[in-house]
Design a binder for this molecule. Structure first.
Ligand SMILES: Nc1nc2c(c(=O)[nH]1)N[C@H]1C(S)=C(S)[C@@H](COP(=O)(O)O)O[C@H]1N2
Ligand SMILES: [Mo]
Length: 256
């Protein structure tokens, strides 16, 4: 399943490199460890994103019938956060939880789970593809991020949305984070989800609230989200690449 998802992306990347005459460089071993090669990959990544957008437009991810929901949604990465702020909220059944929308917005928001439940909802049965090579189909319910952004009113300078999470996956005191651009943030299948398969979101899958950004790979589905921050650039967060796994070298666009 992952091969089917990933191979076309590799081919697309190679195609993007070849299409710009950079293909010759890509084959050169001496360059692979140099700064220059990293630059070339950066360019290719950018072209790949534009190529993907050109090919797929802003289409919807496939949605599936109830009969195809996987028995059990395999968790991955952090499955039981131990950070103090998370443990404190969990001890109280998340009654003190607030989802914050902040940064470059006219009207910062703080929403309890009850407040989220009272907003317009979306339900979607979609397939989650992890780069490790497995996929699983689940049913998500939550509030479209587009609706939350409409309420918060992004300022003209806002270009990206950074998602801040409670968990310290790397065990170094930092926190998992992710980011997408406004086009993906406003995508109709981008939701702040608090239900999985008709039940409250389990701890292992990101309770109390995680994002579903259905045009993206698994690592761009942040769990344990406590803040959605509108920014003009994501370079100032983490190691500057736009997400926990991006900081380890994964592609920022991460499209499927
Ligand atoms: N906060 C947080 N979000 C995360 C992760 C994580 O470790 N921490 N892992 C990512 C990865 S690699 C995958 S595949 C999915 C797994 O989601 P699941 O546990 O619901 O299957 O969450 C993503 N979001
Ligand atoms: Mo993943």
């Amino acid at each position: 399943m992952a091969e089917r998802v990933l191979l076309p992306r590799r081919r697309l990347l190679r195609g993007a490199i070849a299409g710009t005459g950079l293909g010759l460089l890509a084959g050169c071993d001496a360059l692979s460890r140099s700064e220059r090669f990293v630059d070339v990959l950066g360019v290719a990544e950018h072209l790949s994103m534009r190529a993907q957008r050109a090919l797929t437009g802003n289409r919807l991810a496939t949605e599936f019938p109830e009969s195809m929901i996987s028995p059990g949604f395999r968790p991955n990465g952090s499955v039981d956060p131990r950070t103090p702020e998370y443990l404190a909220l969990k001890a109280d059944g998340f009654s003190g939880y607030r989802l914050r929308i902040r940064g470059l917005v006219e009207r910062p928001l703080e929403l309890s789970l009850d407040a989220l439940r009272a907003l317009p909802q979306r339900t979607q049965i979609t397939r989650h593809d992890c780069v490790e090579g497995w996929s699983v189909i689940g049913k998500w319910q939550g509030v479209p991020l587009a609706h939350l952004l409409d309420l918060a009113r992004p300022k003209p300078a806002a270009r990206f949305v950074v998602f801040h999470c409670f968990d310290d996956l790397g065990g170094d005191g930092s926190r998992y984070y992710e980011s997408v651009d406004l086009l993906d943030a406003y995508h109709p299948q981008t939701i702040a989800a608090y239900k999985l398969n008709d039940a409250p979101l389990p701890i292992a899958n990101g309770a109390p609230v995680r994002m579903r950004i259905e045009r993206k790979l698994g690592y761009k589905q942040p769990k344990y989200v406590h803040a959605v921050e509108l920014v003009d650039a994501y370079a100032g967060f983490g190691a500057g690449k736009g997400g926990y796994w991006e900081d380890q070298g994964y592609d920022w666009y991460g499209g499927i």
